[in-house]
Design a protein around this ligand. Structure first.
Ligand code: CP
Length: 329
């Protein structure tokens, strides 16, 4: 384990790490920052964390360290799994309830000023914000690593890492998988981050299923083209289901719509139920970053291919333990 940490430390030198307060510092802001080697190390480290958790349930490797969670947007999984991960590594958590309302942001304080102060209270800051680019803004003034836990419709890199881990756990390899991403691909930050990570895996073929109004961004398509990752766009879920190894459902993101009517028109555009799931391959898997709001019917929950609860309950904690340990260990 120690060997893996010193290897990643050596490897990341000169790739965005800088000395601060005697510690190597690196922020986690975007899926595009990772090389394939770094992804391999993170996934290996997460597997070590999974073994450790199954055997012992906790470690004290981060005893004495403090993580601050600043969530300006609602969260169940990301915040609690980060807090669980830090607790299981022996560290402590400080937090503010609903940072948008109960931190001094409500009095007009800028995010930069908040971070300058909070980075004196903690060894790492996990931030979720409603504005794209907010985590980068935070990192630009932070004295400690900043982890982007979702910045508006921008990115959600740690979710994408746990999605990758879930796929690897099932198939052993991520290469050569046919992966369908369904729903609000325009505003879905998990999809944007996951598609960027998948550029590192040869043989991957992507199927983007979305209404025209919610199609995947041109920036993501450019990245995939550059890396020769084939992708297809369609509005028809039924036509891709039998082809897929991985079905990645997402919700239509109500909070990103300016028109209630437009949301109402699109919210139920794709619903996976057991009848539709029966057209999928027997060894495929069904994923969702959650929360779901009806796009996967509850009659799919007992399907042996459903991974969405396991994805959040297990992969989320192991991957976030790995990331904290690699940043601070
Ligand atoms: N997947 C995810 O980001 O969930 P939360 O919004 O509950 O954190």
């Amino acid at each position: 384990m120690g060997g893996a940490i010193s290897r990643i430390g050596r490897m990341l030198k000169g790739r965005g790490w800088s000395a601060s307060a005697g510690r190597k510092l690196r922020h986690i802001l975007s899926a595009r920052q990772f090389s394939k080697k770094e992804l391999d190390l993170i996934l290996r480290r997460a597997a070590e964390m999974e073994r450790l958790m199954r055997k012992k349930g906790f470690t004290t490797s981060l005893k004495g360290t403090v993580m601050a969670t600043l969530f300006y947007e609602p969260s169940t999984r990301t915040r609690l799994s980060f807090e669980s991960a830090m607790s299981r590594l022996g560290g402590k958590v400080i937090t503010t309830e609903n940072a948008r309302e109960f931190s001094s942001a409500a009095k007009g304080e800028t995010i930069q000023d908040t971070i300058q102060v909070v980075s004196g209270y903690a060894d790492v800051i996990v931030i979720r914000h409603y504005e794209k680019g907010a985590a980068e803004k935070a990192a630009s003034v932070s004295k400690v690593p900043v982890i982007n836990a979702g910045d508006g419709p921008g990115e959600h890199p740690t979710q994408a890492l746990l999605d990758l881990y879930t796929i690897k756990r099932d198939f052993g390899a991520i290469e050569n998988r046919k992966i369908g991403m369904v729903g609000d691909l325009k505003n879905g930050r998990t999809v944007r981050s996951l598609a960027q990570l998948l550029q590192h895996y040869p043989g991957v073929e992507l199927f983007f299923v979305a209404p025209k109004e919610l199609s995947i961004g041109e920036d993501i398509k450019e990245i995939l083209k550059e890396k020769n990752i084939p992708f297809h766009e369609t509005e028809c879920l039924e036509e891709v289901l039998p082809l897929l190894d991985v079905l990645y459902m997402t919700r239509i993101q109500k909070e990103r719509f300016s028109s209630e009517e437009e949301y109402e028109r699109l919210k139920n555009v794709y619903i996976l139920d057991s009848a539709k799931a029966s057209t999928m391959k027997p060894n495929s898997i069904i994923m969702h970053p959650l929360p779901r709001v009806g796009e996967i019917a509850t009659d799919v929950d007992d399907d042996v291919r459903a991974r969405y609860f396991e994805q959040a309950r297990e992969s989320g904690v192991y991957v976030r333990m790995a990331l904290l340990d690699l940043l601070l260990g």
